[in-house]
Design a protein. Structure first.
Length: 329
């Protein structure tokens, strides 16, 4: 007689596989954002333990984020395809044990407000994240116990080709979204958003965006919500690579004379905001903006946001900038 199907194993396998695929691809889409979340965890661990987590791992946070996102998504593919079942079961178990500890620690200490499991798409409270991981721990624990019963979806060696082919594709996408911008923007400053409306006080007595400081209130005294504005967004002016600066310079040279007002925002200190443009031969006034806001505005160390009457029309990272691009505006 054929063996009776284990329906709970099938449910666990496909539920975990699909959930990990979604979670992994969301991280891949916004790999810098996931890196920022890891950096936040390193800061918390260093603060609570006294060990140099942030000094050691902070500079590598985005690289680690990429490795974790690719690994998580690959495991999801392996599980769904039934490929390398022993390795997959062990890796999933170790990963979920680690993340259950992480979210439990965050929930108890209230150190991190959101785990970043699903990026900015779905927000979980610390206790919701912990509860989710406990459920996954049960499901993955059962998969681990029944790992020998997992059957591949495809014949050998095709399941290996598909599994590794999908993993290579995800790795390529991770690199692409790191070098450029996320394909899907779930952040507050997405293309098509009216920054003017988002800054207005809503029915609940507060604006939709509360942490952004309008530039008319800064030393630049430019109203970015009127007319056509090229907003140069730089996380830290002092650390920008020479190629990025040269691309910015070429882009600004290509703009139609007199059509746009050009202004910048950065998290750099006052002295850098004043001296850096002079040293680079750029006539740009840089207004201060909180680093968290800068990260949310553009997932790139340097880039451009094109505003028209307060509406975010387009966003470009510095690798897209050129005189030709400017001439198309």
């Amino acid at each position: 007689m054929p063996a009776k199907k284990d329906w709970f194993l099938l449910f666990s396998r496909y539920f975990v596989g699909v959930l990990f695929t979604i979670s992994g691809l969301i991280k891949v889409n916004d790999i810098r954002g996931f890196g920022y979340k890891l950096e936040e965890y390193f800061e918390v661990f260093q603060k609570h333990s006294g060990l140099p987590f942030h000094e050691v791992f902070g500079p590598w946070s985005v690289g680690l984020a990429g490795a974790i996102a690719i690994f998580e998504t690959a495991l999801a593919f392996f599980l769904l395809l039934g490929y390398a079942r022993r390795f997959t079961a062990w890796a999933l178990l170790l990963m979920i044990v680690f993340f259950t500890f992480l979210t439990g620690y965050s929930a108890i200490t209230k150190a991190v407000s959101d785990c970043g499991c699903f990026g900015d798409v779905i927000k979980f409270t610390p206790w919701q994240s912990f509860g989710k991981d406990v459920i996954l721990l049960v499901l993955i624990g059962y998969i681990f116990l029944k790992r020998e019963q997992i059957q591949p979806l495809l014949r050998s060696p095709y399941h290996a080709y598909v599994a590794w082919g999908l993993t290579a594709l995800v790795a390529g996408l991770t690199g692409y979204f790191y070098w450029y911008l996320p394909a899907l923007d779930f952040l507050p400053y997405y293309e098509g958003r009216s920054l003017r409306k988002a800054l207005e006080v809503g029915p609940q007595g507060v604006p939709e965006i509360t942490d952004y400081v309008p530039l008319r209130e800064s030393e630049c005294q430019v109203d970015e919500l009127e007319g056509e504005v090229i907003l140069v967004v730089a996380r830290q002016l002092e650390t920008l690579p020479a190629e990025a600066v040269e691309r910015l310079r070429a882009f600004l040279r290509g703009l139609s004379a007199g059509r746009f007002r050009v202004v910048g925002v950065t998290a750099s200190p006052s002295e850098a905001r004043k001296e850096w443009p002079k040293a680079q031969g750029l006539e740009i006034c840089f207004a201060p903006q909180d680093q968290t806001v800068i990260k949310a505005m553009l997932r790139s160390d340097l880039g451009i946001i094109y505003l028209r009457d307060g509406v975010i029309v387009r966003k470009w990272p510095w690798r897209r900038l050129s005189a030709r691009l400017a001439q198309t505006l």
